[in-house]
Write a protein that binds this ligand. Sequence first.
Ligand code: UDP
Ligand code: MG
Length: 311
Amino acid sequence: MKKISLVVPVFYEEDCILQFIAEVKAAFAGLNGQYQYEFVFIDDGSKDRTTSLIKEEAAKDQQIKLVEFSYNHGKQWAVSAGIKYATGDYMIYMDPDLQDPPEEIHRFIEEIEKGYDLVFGIRREKKDSFINIMFSKIFWWVLEKFTGLKIPKGLAVMRIFNRKFADKFLAYPEQNRFIEGMFMHVGLKQTTIEITQRARFAGVSKFNFRRKMKLAFDAIFDFSELPLKQTVKFGFFMMFMAFLSLLTIVVLRLFFIDFQIGWPSIIITIIGATGILLYFMGVIAIYIGRIYKEVKGRPLFSIKELTNIHE
Ligand code: UDP
Ligand code: MG
């Protein structure tokens, strides 16, 4: 019998977690025992009752497993850890806030059984605030422009993939982990299905504007060399402009008007040129910082405790 792992990052989800477990169990009950399944929860450093609630459930059910990070690493690392510890033939990655509906699980399974390596959920409509929807539209648009990745529109978190896909994903050693980009980069045989999302069951979204900006920033700098290339282009452009200005001034002075070249232009040039230099040095510094992080090659995450997982 095939086994399905539910890979679920949790961070302050005490209000959702029991409902989530109950709904997933109900969804599998609907499949009449055709599949075995396990939960692999990864706690990303919650300090509320999230982990104690999961542990209570884990004491009753060996198939509820928990990986506890020793502090908050970020969702990308939580997902990576979950995939590492999942033992299923298929893995479903979803959030516990029930925005991704467990009643769709059987459709994901049916689809991947047709021979795909990865099936992405695409949301029919996004149940979210106007601002969030706009932000995510702009985010994906900019991302595609910068990285050239063809990421399906309206991507939901919920997706299913097989062991082959998971192994390839785990072979990516990078410290800076932009999950969507990595999924597209692994590639293999992918397809999408449409799902209807619900509103968050309880609690609040942890991705405020600042965290979303950070995600966008990570995505661009991890998957694109465009900002670096722009540096060169812009440098050339500025040199060309300077040359043109010089030529204009010389020609004007020699043949047309006898003017005193003023100090304001010099000040402006100095400030402008310094600004441009600092900006592009900053771009390069960001990449160097990322290279530094990769070169150190630290473990991706620090695990405090494992429950129902025997290494
Ligand atoms: N999450 C996490 N680490 C974090 C922030 C969030 O593991 O630092 C998890 C959180 O528990 C949830 C998922 O990531 O399962 C998505 O977060 P949320 O629902 O708050 O974001 P949204 O759905 O609004 O994008
Ligand atoms: Mg959510």
